[in-house]
Design a protein around this ligand. Structure first.
Ligand SMILES: NC(=O)c1ccc[n+]([C@@H]2O[C@H](COP(=O)([O-])OP(=O)(O)OC[C@H]3O[C@@H](n4cnc5c(N)ncnc54)[C@H](OP(=O)(O)O)[C@@H]3O)[C@@H](O)[C@H]2O)c1
Length: 256
């Protein structure tokens, strides 16, 4: 039997960016482990499809069609979650990414701001909106999905790297601030994962080979492998862990 079965029984989770990729798998894994789940993203059709899969597991699933960067989104996402699930124990800040790569010197400041808005600002607002419910839970977990790009320099992706580095620092600071209030806060750090976000790196063999040559395990990670990490951080298996980074990158960050 799957050792994670039932590990989230009775828990209520909100997963942003759940319409595809890593967030979708996290929501499914949580439901399989017994949690009721609120799923948020912009693509309603994809969310409804996932809702069908989660309800087939006999879990409650609340669909929240929202752009996390819009004013007022955080408050309404948390309100819909609490109304639909009756509370909140797990918040996964997964919605994020970047759609361009350019040297800092040529970067439009609006591109920098958009990246910060999606990968940092929206998460700050969601955490602020969700904290009262998470503290009421008494045994809560916040999981911030950062990136190996936030661990060191990210040439041509300085906007994304800086945003993900900010998220790591935010994770550590918040973890200390709420440590005695029953809320754990950790960062999940994926390496190169095969999702839509990294599609552009698979269009040419030579580009893909140069990416994979940096990864000691020599392959793309899968979103289900990241979902396993999220499940660990969400469950009581990590009950004494807060302010930490869980790095799942095929050995990439271990390289000299
Ligand atoms: N793939 C990797 O190699 C990798 C590596 C390290 C870290 N990460 C991080 O992991 C997280 C998930 O990445 P992924 O690879 O699964 O990316 P993805 O396949 O592009 O999925 C991104 C998800 O975020 C949602 N999203 C994007 N902008 C949004 C917005 N403004 N409002 C609401 N939802 C929004 C998307 O849904 P809609 O389009 O429906 O809104 C989608 O569900 C991101 O934070 C990413 O930075 C990924």
């Amino acid at each position: 039997m799957d050792s994670s079965a039932g590990s989230l029984r009775g828990k209520r989770a909100l997963v942003t960016g759940a319409s595809r990729g890593i967030g979708r798998d996290i929501a499914l894994y949580f439901a399989r482990a017994g949690a009721d789940v609120a799923i948020a993203a912009r693509n309603e059709e994809a969310l409804l499809e996932l809702q069908g899969e989660i309800e087939a597991l006999r879990r409650t699933c609340v669909v929240i069609t929202a752009d996390v960067t819009q004013e007022g989104a955080a408050a309404s996402i948390v309100e819909c979650t609490e109304r639909g699930l009756g509370g909140l124990d797990i918040l996964v800040n997964n919605a994020g990414g970047s759609s361009f790569s350019v040297a800092l010197q040529s970067m439009n400041f609006s591109g920098w701001q958009k990246t910060m808005m999606l990968n940092v600002d929206s998460i700050v607002l969601l955490i602020q909106a969700a904290l009262p419910a998470l503290i009421r839970s008494g045994n809560a977990s916040i999981i911030n999905v950062s990136s190996v790009a936030g661990l060191r320099g990210a040439p041509l992706m300085s906007h994304y790297g800086a945003a993900k580095a900010a998220l790591i620092s935010l994770t550590q600071s918040l973890a200390i601030e709420v440590a005695t209030q029953g809320v754990r806060v950790n960062a999940l750090i994926p390496g190169w994962i095969e999702t839509d976000l990294t599609d552009f790196l698979r269009t040419e063999d030579s580009v893909e080979q140069s990416v994979l040559s940096q990864v000691p395990m020599g392959r793309w990670g899968r979103s289900d492998e990241i979902a396993e990490g999220a499940l660990f951080l969400a469950s009581d298996a990590s009950s004494f862990m807060t302010g930490q980074l869980l790095i799942l990158d095929g050995g990439l960050s271990a390289r000299p």
